[in-house]
Ligand binder design. Structure first.
Ligand code: SF4
Length: 361
């Protein structure tokens, strides 16, 4: 793993037992899409997210009844060994925020500018301070104030978020995480770069409403990749329409690709006329085999010897097609030439062996 050398020096904020910002590793977040009042479904989905590697889970709290379920959900998660900090997503109604705080929520996402007169903001700030929980504030390109419309979008996003920050600061509240969200990649990059220069609060970054899986993976990887390498991402969400577990898998793969997390790296060639076995199905099988591995392990699956020998020797474990079958590699050495079926068995054995050895280190 590498540390980003130019990481922005943001103020650390605690969400339950997780630190966002400062020098802490970038935190992976996702959000449930169940009805929060449906405790069984919500607990089940949060558990699936935690199992996939999610470190902070946001739940929508559209009404007071949803907020009243927070305590039970947290207790169930504790009992079922899936304790994870929960963020309540609240719009407009400060009473929902107060109830969620009362129920033990770990962070609230709310914009003080949306909740009405100052006395209501004061109440939320007071409750959050008493419980020591942070507030996430921000701006979304879909709901910018009219008087900022003359500004470039990225600047308007940053300015709108800063207005929310200033309301909290006015009331002596500094336990803040900021998000500036746009569904446009370039706007996301520019807005985050802009606000990162103006304040030291940690940044929650993601392309909002990024779409279905292909669109989201491309948009999110570009925007987040750039901003992570800029050193200004403290926590991220890859928003994908559908099962939120995909968001966590994608986030982990992105951080692993940037060497910021340990994890598997399955190298596979795109195949061509030289391919001698079904590379795609082997690569998919191997990916499944190592999906939950939290160690750095590289496995190469190449259809022929053209690049197969080099990649195989560089990998922890490798397989490459040859004239009569496959060659299998282990730590840079050729273990032998096999018929395809035997070679696949050997590959799996060697993956297990490599993982055992890594555990023992
Ligand atoms: Fe084709 Fe071999 Fe390259 Fe795979 S490794 S794409 S089979 S040349």
């Amino acid at each position: 793993m590498v540390q980003l050398l130019n990481r922005r020096n943001s103020r650390p904020v605690k969400v339950g037992n997780i630190v966002i910002g400062g020098n802490a590793p970038i935190v992976i977040q996702s959000m449930t899409n169940t009805d929060t009042k449906d405790i069984e479904k919500t607990v089940k989905q949060i558990k699936a997210l935690v199992e996939a590697g999610c470190e902070v889970v946001r739940v929508s709290l559209p009404d007071i009844d949803s907020a009243r379920k927070v305590g039970i959900i947290k207790e169930r998660l504790r009992q079922e060994n899936a304790d994870v900090p929960l963020v309540g997503d609240i719009h407009f109604d400060y009473r929902i925020a107060l109830e969620a705080i009362n129920q033990g929520i770990d962070k609230i996402r709310i914009n003080p500018g949306n909740i009405g007169d100052e006395s209501k903001v004061v109440e939320v700030v007071k409750a959050a301070k008493e419980r020591g929980i942070p507030l996430r504030v921000g701006a979304n390109s879909g709901s910018l104030p009219k008087d900022l419309e003359h500004l470039p979008k990225s600047q308007a996003l940053a300015e709108s978020a800063l207005r929310e920050v200033r309301i909290l600061e006015k009331h002596g509240f500094y336990d803040i995480v900021i998000s500036v969200k746009s569904s446009d990649v370039v706007e996301t990059i520019e807005a985050n770069r802009h606000i990162a220069k103006l304040v030291d609060y940690p940044l929650h970054v993601g392309v909002t409403e990024a779409g279905t899986i292909y669109n989201s993976l491309i948009k999110s990887s570009v925007a987040l990749g750039v901003l992570i390498l800029d050193g200004i991402v403290d926590t991220l969400r890859i928003s994908i329409a559908g099962d939120p577990v995909n968001e966590v898998i994608a986030a982990k793969k992105l951080l692993t690709a940037l060497h910021l997390r340990r994890g598997p790296n399955v190298v596979a060639c795109p195949t061509c006329a030289r391919t001698v076995f079904d590379v795609e199905s082997v690569a998919l099988e191997v990916e499944k085999l190592v999906a939950h591995v939290q160690e750095d392990i590289t496995i190469s699956v190449l259809g022929c010897v053209v690049n197969g020998i080099g990649e195989g020797k560089d990998a922890d474990v490798g397989i490459a097609g040859v004239k009569d079958g496959v060659v299998v590699f282990y730590k840079g050495e050729i273990m032998g030439t096999y018929k395809f079926d035997e070679g696949l068995i050997k590959l799996k054995e060697l993956v297990a062996q490599a993982l055992e050895e890594k555990k023992g280190i």
